[in-house]
Design a protein around this ligand. Structure first.
Ligand SMILES: [Zn+2]
Ligand SMILES: [Zn+2]
Ligand SMILES: [Zn+2]
Ligand SMILES: [Zn+2]
Ligand SMILES: [Zn+2]
Ligand SMILES: [Zn+2]
Ligand SMILES: [Zn+2]
Length: 1733
């Protein structure tokens, strides 16, 4: 692409470069017609600069535009060189106090919950940190782009409107000052001129609609013939569709197409072809044809290149204007003036108007440029903000309509500015009074909902998809209405009153269209389904609910307004239901001597609507009348008499009946009880109850005297009875609500705090809850704070979260008595859960289980009469009837919950009476006489017993066991009230027979209770036993759950490490003096066939499920990775450990053949499943992956279980005479030499075999060495097979190559994996300060043992000569020979890997040695040799002297020795090694440096030889250096190794130091790893999450030139920020497109990655291309909860423990396993396209 552009750069018109800004400006200053002059300049130059080829070249264009076009303007404006002019302007400027920073996408914004006037008031991070709000309760969100910082806006904050930075200039508050006084007349005039011309030009060209013709004054003669095919963005077609179409239409590569699509999506348009008209037209028609099939086609235009050029410059100009006004508030004011000045065409012709009105026609990029200009100019100037607001309001209707028909998101529409304007209280108020804004918004809204039914109500039934789409968009107007209403007026002018009431009228008009809309007819036996149109109506109602309450809030502030609003609302309600009796038959109902007139109406047969907003509003206003006491102050002003309570309750009642009938509990929350309370409070309770019975269609049942017949009648169908039962339950519930719900201020004598307290108590009665859960469960009010924080302490305890889970609130026990079983916000399910929880709690506290109604606050006077329902005759009749049924206990004819409700109502009445008595004053008589009434027997003709008597009967009914406690509570309370009455003797209560009986029965009762408790206890114990039995079965069936517990359970490991036989000896892990461990027989059980088997050399193989993976966890160099795995030589591990192979196992044992069968069946099943369902699974069968059949742990191979392999080969023991190190090295060197000669002979073509043999004799084999000897493999076939299987798997995974069991690298990979795994476990133990041989989790212990023994046995299945070859080469790295030249220097060898390789390869050599040197001797000498090399390595790399840390004690033996050794090194390196005189210091460094190595060796030899670990190393403590040395058969003074083997030491050291790499290192030309290697950690995360957000918001996509990344994602391993989940940063990996994260894992974590998705606050684990899961982030809010997705916005802080846990997962190599478990648990995770993240 660069080559294409090259000639263009050269082709810059010389005239452009010669054009002088100063001269042009001078010409303009002289001009008589400036406009013409400037336009000619633009007409000439713009097409020469912009749009010169198929692709834009922004740097060049910008440079030339600045030089030729903008430069002259700046000169003209300043009247001098702008380089001096602008700074002058800036200095003279008095900046405003507003911050006004426009937010970028993803930038953090802060709102103060204490001080922000409304939630839309936000601060930028800088202002927030400098404000008082950082210590308040704040909320943090990420901006979606657009919007600006409100710092400095006094209207936005109740307190602290300025941050430190913006406070500076507030000393003189001079907002009225004209900013123009700081400018000279000249500057003002010139600025005015140039702004006017340029702004007009930009508006004209951007709104230009012709495609090939320019405005006349810009046309030029020599017009080129080039066109663009311009593709525009829409929200209909997908990315993929666009890319596909483009490839076809303009014949470009996929990559180019992606580039086009990305730009179209971002900027709103992009030219996709450049050329003559025909050429472009052709592309256009292909695109249109290809995208018009299902939807409307993509928008494409063929535009003349000069138009595009001018438009591009127009945009540039707008941003330039935005920059220039930044220099001075005066310039800003001039621009505002220019923008709002009315044009020649009168109304709506100002430049600002023209832009706004064309908004929906402009492409995205143009829109955002001019929106930003508006924000930085009009909205930043206090005077013009007002004028602009008026323009905005005047155009409101048109702008909204444009928005509704447009398809772009709201953030790209000018209509979205409403939030910036309407939320400013003073502006909102002004717009209401001057522009009648409320009315305009509501009317505009209604205009868009044109479908009405015959009664003029909204109708959503026949909505097309398009209308539904518009309906969704039109809802944004409701937000506008809310913005306007957010801040309530503090004082009312007559104007405001008038305009508000006008708006209120419009609002009532709207509600009227909703009252009764969408009526439903319930058809018996038919289920009501959620249909789409039904949902639309419901959405509307829900959205308006908030507006209704805001309207009420406004009304509450002014008595005059309230009264007027009440009247208006009543009038509208009358209109709605004026004729509600039409055609409905009047009837008379009577019960107990009361009668009432009403109509016949059957809910079950007629239409009922659930939408009754007018009724709701009226009820709300009625409560306000009570709360504000207007009702008592001005009764004469209120039309209370006009109110017909039966009419008011009729429709809500119908609605509730409908709900009862369809069992739809969800409507209860909508507050109809309030409407009913309002109506009922004005009625005779008996009348109300009768009407209610009638509406519930229960009137007949309760009014018929011989109700008993109801059951005996054979005609009565069982279903009908049950239906009636449900209705009776619902009706009783409604009565409980009407009498009991008193917690709204105005209804009961409570305040808002009481209300919220009660909500919290009832939510926590169900179960303890986390903060967010609780917030969600409280009735939402998005406009107000719930105020929960202020009361939660009073009612709940906070329980802190642990490592997982969340912080929880628990109800305080003393609050339990306020629990109301029939709390009206409970759903059915919640109610029964709460009941169960509360009863359980009471049982635990050994209390009775009655849940009596709580004591309620008194009603406000306007509602006081409601309590009389409880003692009304009809109520008593209902109670008596239900109790009678219960006494008769007649089959299914009554229900327990019916009885329970009646008991609750009786309880409420008793509480009420008791309270009345408690609060009685001398002169008043308590008129509430419920106790009296229930003591009276029923009247003739039934002569039924009194309610009280029936209760006493029921108390002993065996079938009412559950309610016994409640009945007993009622009787007790009754007696208590009786006593109060007697003592005050206000009113005598009739004596009843039951009360005496009650006393005597009490003792009996106690005994009974005790007996029952005993029975219950026994039963519990039995159940517990059963449970634990079941659990055991459950473990077999649900292994995964129990994996954690199994880890600690030693049953799978049969080897007893700490056998007492050897405990008294000093333990030695290796060498000739190795502690001999008696052979132990090991029995294991196969998890698949459950057969037990002994582990033996010759028996069938037993295997452990294992998972091999590549690892960079220990890597000290993440930039290094294997380039060409086919050629890679893994023999020497570099000390940077850059890529290791880790083996893990869950420790579960199977027969090899059982596993094979299992694996085959999994494979077959998976193949079938994939063919059938095309589903991914959490494991990749083709790669040999499977899940452990017991614990479902991800595995990809198996390790054979072996006995200590050394014992098998160590039979030829001759401990007596073993060679010393020097001698041994000599012997081994000779053997190696012999082998090498032999190999050479073999490889040369055998001319004469006899000659070879002769040579061999000549060679003089070292004594007892028999290279022709090949030992017999002792293992069974099955074990051999498994040795090969695991070896091949390690090779395949570790090198990422195809399996090849013959490859000579197989044994190296096995040893490497063993070494690497031990190293990683040693790191974990050290990091956690755990003892080396402490209680290791069983699975780790098993894994290490099997892995080590496997690695030690693997040589038996490999080629002997190959292994010998490896040994020779490894050995040569320390003891040089002539045959190995280019071996790595000792600085570049990881000594532990070297040791493991040497020790495990050694048997291949030793088996041919019959001289009597034991394997143990070899091990010991190898170990000593490697240790010496490591010491030298440490001394060379890790001894830097710190100042002032000199030794204090006289030098010890070690210190002198190490100093001497160091001197030798100094000599050998030709004095390049820095001199360090402190032996103490050196010794300390050696000790520290070598510890990890010694620990790894201890683990290695422990598992290799099975020698128990010394008890000292089983506990944590100080360094244990000496114990380690003893266990490893090392002298405590390590330097002795050198001294003891003096003869050879010198030679070795010299050969190590003379290496060129050592020299380079010492001369500072290269780096080397120093020791001890520090453990890798995940990156440091900031304490405050918002600083991460801020960091990420400054991050732009590295590939698409400065664009903000949409999903910035942080690698927690190395700290790189990536542009995830986006086309721009996809790269190709192994032939597939992958996202930035997946690509990064390959270099940073060899396939495994740990990321933090910053904008979501979510941790992401990735493994390979197909696996991933989300993990809970280490950030918690103050309530101990995470906020995945950042939805709640509470401040988040780092939880160190949780972060450590993630780090631990990483260190343990458990990320892949974690993903596996997450995917098994949640199948939807499997479907996610992880590779594109
Ligand atoms: Zn700010
Ligand atoms: Zn500020
Ligand atoms: Zn604050
Ligand atoms: Zn088996
Ligand atoms: Zn397992
Ligand atoms: Zn990107
Ligand atoms: Zn990384």
């Amino acid at each position: 692409m660069a080559s294409e552009l090259e000639p263009e750069v050269q082709a810059i018109d010389r005239s452009l470069l010669e054009c002088s800004a100063e001269e042009t400006a001078g010409k303009w200053l002289q001009a008589t017609d400036l406009t013409r002059e400037v336009y000619q300049h633009l007409a000439h130059y713009v097409p020469k600069i912009y749009c010169r080829g198929p692709n834009p070249f922004p740097q060049k264009e910008d440079m030339l535009a600045q030089h030729v076009l903008l430069g002259p303007m700046e000169w003209y404006l300043c009247g001098e060189d702008p380089a001096f002019g602008f700074p002058k302007l800036e200095q003279a400027n008095k900046p405003s106090h507003l911050c006004g920073r426009v937010f970028k996408v993803g930038e953090p914004t802060y709102s103060c919950r204490d001080c922000a006037v409304d939630p839309t008031c936000v601060l930028c991070m800088e202002c927030f940190l400098g404000s008082i709000h950082r210590d308040h309760r704040y909320r943090m969100t990420t901006s979606g782009g657009g919007g600006f910082c409100d710092c400095g806006d006094t209207e936005a904050w109740k307190e602290g409107p300025y941050c430190q930075k913006h406070e500076l200039n507030t000393s003189e508050i001079e907002e009225e000052e004209d900013p123009l006084v700081h400018l000279s007349e000249d500057v003002i005039a010139r600025t005015y001129n140039i702004f006017a011309i340029m702004f007009r030009y930009a508006v004209e060209i951007l709104t230009w609609e012709k495609e090939s013709e320019l405005p006349a004054d810009l046309e030029i003669v020599e017009k080129s013939d080039t066109y663009y095919c311009m593709l525009f963005n829409d929200e209909v077609h997908t990315y993929e569709q666009v890319i596909y179409t483009l490839q076809k239409a303009v014949n470009c590569t996929q990559k180019e197409a992606i580039g086009f699509a990305t730009t179209v999506d971002r900027d709103g348009r992009r030219s996709v072809r450049y050329g003559d008209f025909q050429y472009c037209e052709q592309a256009k028609s292909v695109i249109v044809r290809n995208t018009s099939r299902q939807t409307k086609p993509l928008k494409v235009q063929v535009m003349h290149s000069s138009i595009v050029a001018h438009q591009n410059f127009g945009l540039k100009l707008l941003s330039w204007l935005g920059n220039v006004i930044g220099y001075s508030d005066g310039l800003r004011r001039i621009l505002c003036q220019v923008g709002l000045q009315e044009g020649p065409d009168g109304e709506n012709s100002s430049l600002v108007d023209r832009l706004m009105l064309n908004d929906s026609k402009l492409w995205k990029g143009a829109r955002s440029v001019y929106h930003q200009l508006f924000m930085s100019s009009l909205l930043m100037d206090l005077k013009y903000k007002k004028l602009f607001a008026i323009r905005f309001a005047k155009n409101y209707e048109r702008l909204q309509s444009d928005y509704v028909t447009d398809d772009h998101d709201r953030e790209f529409s000018i209509a979205d500015l409403s939030v910036q304007i309407f939320t400013v209280p003073s502006l909102a108020r002004m717009l209401i009074t001057e522009e009648n804004l409320m009315t305009i918004i509501i009317k505009t809204f209604m205009d868009h909902l044109r479908h009405r039914d015959a009664q003029g109500r909204f109708q959503f039934e026949r909505y097309t998809a398009l209308q539904a789409f518009k309906f969704r968009r039109v809802q944004s107007l409701i937000f506008d209405l809310k913005y306007v209403l957010i801040s309530k007026p503090t004082e009312w002018s007559d104007d405001l009153r008038q305009k508000f009431l006008e708006g209120f009228d419009a609002f009532l008009e709207l509600l009227k269209c909703m009252q009764g809309m969408d009526p439903i007819t319930r058809q018996v036996g038919q289920h009501i389904e959620m249909e789409p149109e039904w949902e639309a109506a419901f959405t509307l109602q829900m959205k308006l609910t908030h507006v209704i309450s805001m309207m009420q809030d406004w009304c509450a502030l002014d008595e005059k307004v309230l009264i007027e609003a009440y009247k208006k609302c009543l009038a509208v309600l009358m209109q709605c239901h004026g004729g509600f009796t039409d055609g409905e038959q009047p009837i008379t109902l009577s019960i107990c001597g009361h009668s009432v007139e009403t109509i016949r109406y059957c809910v079950s047969q007629e239409k009922v609507s659930i939408h009754l907003p007018v009724s709701r509003l009226l009820a709300g206003l009625h409560v306000l009348l009570s709360k504000s006491e207007v009702a008592y102050k001005f009764p004469e002003l209120l039309p209370l008499s006009e109110l017909s309570p039966p009419m008011l309750i009729e429709h809500p009642l119908r609605c509730l009946v409908l709900c009862a009938q369809v069992h739809a509990g969800m409507w209860r929350r909508n507050g109809f009880s309030l409407v009913n309370q309002t109506g009922v409070s004005m009625m005779d309770p008996n009348h109300f109850l009768m009407i209610m019975l009638s509406r519930f269609e229960l009137y007949q049942i309760f009014s018929t005297p011989d109700y008993g017949k109801r059951f005996s009648s054979e005609i009565t169908h069982k279903d009908v009875v049950q239906q009636n039962n449900t209705l009776i339950e619902e009706m009783l519930y409604l009565i409980i609500m009407i009498v009991g719900e008193r917690f709204s201020p105005g209804v009961g004598q409570v305040n808002a705090t009481d209300e919220i307290k009660r909500e919290i108590i009832h939510q926590l009665s169900i179960k303890p809850m986390a903060h967010s859960e609780l917030v969600k469960s409280l009735p939402e009010d998005e406009n107000k704070e719930t105020g929960m924080e202020s009361v939660i302490e009073a009612v709940a305890h906070f329980k802190k979260p642990g490592l997982t889970g969340r912080g929880m609130y628990e109800l305080k026990p003393e609050c339990a008595k306020e629990f109301n079983l029939y709390f009206y916000h409970f759903s059915r399910a919640e109610q029964s859960k709460a009941e169960e929880a509360q009863r359980k709690l009471k049982r635990q506290n050994r209390e009775d289980t009655a849940l009596p109604p709580p004591v309620l606050p008194p009603f406000c006077p306007l509602f006081a009469s409601l309590v009389n329902i409880l003692q009304s005759d009809v109520m008593l009749c209902i109670m008596r009837t239900v109790l009678q049924w219960a006494v008769e206990h007649n089959g299914y004819a009554w229900s327990e919950s019916m009885l329970q409700r009646v008991l609750h109502l009786i309880g409420m009445a008793l509480q009420e009476e008791k309270q009345h008595l408690d609060n009685v004053t001398e002169e008043h008589v308590v008129t509430f006489t419920f106790t009296q009434k229930i003591s009276k027997p029923g009247e003739a003709p039934n002569n039924s017993p009194s309610i009280l008597a029936m209760l006493e009967t029921l108390q002993n009914a065996p079938y009412l066991d559950v309610h016994k406690d409640m009945i007993r509570w009622i009787l007790k309370t009754f007696n208590a009230i009786k006593k109060i009455r007697e003592s005050s003797s206000t009113s005598p209560v009739a004596e009843t027979e039951g009360t005496i009986m009650e006393e005597s029965s009490r003792d009996k009762d106690k005994a009974e209770r005790k007996r029952k408790a005993e029975i219950a206890r026994l039963r519990r114990e039995k159940i517990m036993a059963q449970m634990s039995e079941m659990q055991r079965h459950f473990i077999d069936e649900n292994k995964e759950l129990f994996q954690q517990t199994l880890e600690l359970d030693a049953s799978t490991s049969a080897v007893l490490d700490n056998s007492p036989m050897v405990s008294n000896m000093a333990l030695t892990a290796l060498g000739p003096a190795q502690t001999q461990v008696p052979e132990q027989r090991q029995f294991v059980t196969c998890i698949l066939c459950q057969e037990e088997q002994e582990v033996k050399v010759e028996s069938k193989a037993m295997v452990l499920a294992a998972f091999v993976q590549r690892s960079t966890v220990l890597s000290k160099n993440r930039s290094k990775f294997i380039q060409d795995p086919e050629k890679y030589d893994p023999l020497f591990m570099h000390p940077d450990l850059s890529c290791g192979t880790h083996t893990g196992s869950c420790g579960h044992i199977m027969h090899a053949h059982c596993w094979q069968r299992y694996f085959d069946s999994v494979q077959a099943k998976e193949q079938r499943r994939q063919q059938r369902l095309r589903l991914h699974t959490s494991y990749d069968v083709e790669n040999g992956e499977f899940l452990c059949p017991l614990c479902e742990c991800l595995s990809n191979t198996v390790i054979p279980l072996l006995l200590p392999p050394r014992n098998i080969f160590n039979s030829r023991l001759n401990i007596s005479d073993q060679p010393k190190l020097t001698q041994w090295i000599r012997t081994i060197s000779q053997q190696i030499k012999a082998l090498q000669v032999l190999r050479k002979e073999e490889s040369t073509p055998n001319t004469a075999s006899s000659k070879n043999l002769e040579n061999m004799d000549e060679l003089q084999f070292p004594e007892g060495f028999r290279p022709d000897f090949h030992p017999k493999n002792p293992y069974s076939e099955s074990i051999k097979e498994m040795l090969t299987t695991f070896g091949t798997a390690t090779y395949k995974v570790g090198l990422k190559v195809h399996p090849n069991e013959e490859d000579p690298r197989v044994p190296i990979m096995c040893w490497g994996s063993c070494a690497y795994t031990i190293q990683s476990i040693e790191r974990i133990l050290s990091d956690e300060d755990k003892p080396l041989f402490g209680p290791l989790p069983c699975r780790l212990d098993d894994c290490l043992r099997s892995l080590t023994r496997f690695a030690a046995a693997h040589w038996t299945v490999a080629s002997l000569s190959v292994v010998q070859g490896h040994f020779c080469k490894l050995f040569a790295s320390l003891v040089p020979d002539d045959n190995h030249g280019d071996l790595p220097c000792i600085l570049d060898i990881d000594m532990f890997h070297l040791l493991v390789g040497l020790v495990l390869a050694f048997p291949a050599l030793q088996c041919q040695d019959f001289s009597g040197i034991s394997l143990g001797t070899g091990d010991l000498h190898i170990f000593h040799l490697v240790t010496m090399a490591h010491i030298v390595q440490i001394l060379l790399t890790s001894c830097t002297e710190e100042n002032g840390m000199d030794q204090e004690n006289p030098a010890g033996e070690e210190e002198l020795a190490v100093l001497a050794l160091y001197k030798t090194l100094h000599q050998c390196t030709g004095s390049a090694l820095k001199e360090i005189p402190s032996g103490w210091h050196l010794w300390r460094n050696v000790r520290n440096g070598i510890m990890p190595f010694l620990k790894c060796c201890a683990l290695f030899f422990h598992y290799l030889n099975g020698v128990p670990s010394p008890p000292e190393l089983q506990v944590s403590g100080t360094s244990h250096f000496e114990h380690l040395c003893n266990y490893l058969s090392l002298p405590n003074n390590l330097i002795c190794l050198f001294q003891e083997n003096n003869e050879i030491t010198k030679l070795l050291i010299e050969s190590w130091c003379h290496n060129i790499e050592v020299k380079r290192y010492l001369e500072g030309e290269r780096d080397a790893i120093s020791y001890p290697r520090e453990s890798n950690k995940l990156i440091d995360l900031p304490e405050d999450y918002s600083s991460l957000i801020n960091q990420a918001s400054n991050f732009s996509c590295p590939k698409s030139g400065g664009d903000k990344s949409r999903a910035p994602t942080l690698c927690l391993v190395c700290g790189t920020l990536l542009c995830s989940q986006s086309y721009c940063c996809q790269t190709e990996l192994e032939g597939e497109d992958v996202g930035a994260c997946t690509a990064h894992t390959y270099s940073c974590g060899s396939g495994v990655g740990i990321f933090l998705r910053v904008r979501e606050c979510q941790v992401l684990f990735l493994a390979g291309k197909t696996k991933g899961c989300f993990y809970s982030p280490p950030y918690l809010d103050d309530y101990g909860e995470t906020d995945q997705g950042l939805r709640r916005g509470n401040p988040l802080h780092l939880c160190k423990e949780r972060f450590k846990k993630i780090q631990k997962l990483w260190h343990q190599h458990s990320i892949t396993e974690e993903i596996g478990h997450a995917q098994e648990a949640n199948q939807t995770l499997v479907g996610i396209d992880w590779q594109h993240l």
